[in-house]
Design a binder for this molecule. Structure first.
Ligand code: HEC
Ligand code: HEC
Ligand code: HEC
Ligand code: HEC
Length: 108
C-alpha cells in the first residue's frame, strides 16, 4: 500500500512537470504587421492572468498549431486580423483590462 502511494505521487509529479515542459510554448510571441509589430506576452497570459489554453487555442490539446496555418490560409477560417482583434481586443474590452488602442499593441 505504501509503495503504491509513493508510486502514484511520483507519477503525479512527473505528469505535472511533463505537461508544463511539453505544452508551455514561448514566453512572448511577436506578430509582424504593417501597422507595427505586436508583442504578445504569452507566458503572462497563462501564469499571471490565468487564462485557459482553450480560450485561444480552440481545443487546447497537442499539437498546438500556429494560428496562421489556418487563419488566412484555409477556407472557413477568418482572416488573422479579424480573429486576433476579436479575441484580443474582445477580452481586453470585456474585462476592462489590457490594451485596446491601436498603438498600445502595434509598435513601429
Ligand atoms: C490569450 C491567448 C493564449 C492563451 C491563454 C494561451 N496561448 Fe498559447 N499561443 C497563443 C498565440 C497567439 C500563440 C502564437 C501562435 C502563432 O505564432 O501563430 C501561441 C503559441 C503557443 C505555442 C507555440 C506554437 C508554435 O507552433 O509556435 C504553444 C506550444 C502554446 N501556445 C501552448 C499554450 C498552452 C499549453 C497554453 C495554456 C497553458 C496556452 N498556450 C495559452 C495564445 C494563447
Ligand atoms: C486547425 C485550424 C485552426 C487553427 C490552427 C486556429 N484556428 Fe481559429 N478558427 C479556425 C476556424 C475554421 C474558425 C472558424 C470556425 C469557428 O468559429 O470555429 C476559427 C475561428 C476562430 C475565432 C473566432 C472567429 C473570430 O473572428 O472571432 C478566433 C478568435 C480564433 N479562431 C482564434 C485563433 C487563434 C488565436 C489561433 C492561434 C492561437 C487559432 N485560432 C488557430 C481554425 C483554426
Ligand atoms: C481572455 C482574456 C484575454 C485574451 C484573450 C487576451 N488578453 Fe491580453 N490581457 C488580458 C488581461 C487580463 C491583461 C492584464 C491587464 C492588466 O493587468 O492591466 C492583458 C494584458 C495584455 C497586454 C499588456 C501586458 C503588460 O505587460 O502590461 C498585452 C500587450 C496584451 N494583453 C496583448 C494581447 C494580445 C495580442 C492578445 C491576442 C493574441 C491578447 N492579449 C489576448 C486578457 C486577455
Ligand atoms: C490587443 C492588441 C491589438 C489591438 C488593440 C489592435 N490590434 Fe491590430 N492586430 C493585432 C494582432 C495580434 C494582429 C495580427 C497580426 C497578424 O496578422 O499576424 C493584428 C492585425 C492588424 C492588421 C492587419 C495586419 C497588418 O499587416 O497590418 C491591421 C491593419 C490592424 N491590426 C490594425 C489595427 C487598428 C487600426 C487598431 C485600432 C483600431 C488595432 N489594429 C488594434 C493586435 C491588436
Amino acid at each position: 500500500m505504501k509503495k503504491l502511494v509513493v508510486l502514484f505521487s511520483a507519477m503525479a509529479f512527473l505528469m505535472a512537470g511533463g505537461l508544463v515542459l511539453a505544452h508551455h510554448g514561448p514566453e512572448n510571441v511577436t506578430f509582424s504587421a504593417k501597422m507595427g509589430a505586436v508583442t504578445f506576452p504569452h507566458a503572462k497570459h497563462q501564469d499571471e492572468y490565468k487564462i485557459e489554453c482553450q480560450t485561444c487555442h480552440h481545443t487546447g490539446t497537442e499539437p498546438v498549431e500556429k494560428c496562421g496555418s489556418c487563419h488566412g490560409a484555409k477556407e472557413g477560417a477568418p482572416k488573422m486580423k479579424d480573429a486576433a482583434h476579436d479575441l484580443c481586443m474582445g477580452c481586453h474590452k470585456e474585462k476592462a483590462a489590457g490594451p485596446t488602442g491601436c498603438k498600445d499593441c502595434h509598435k513601429k
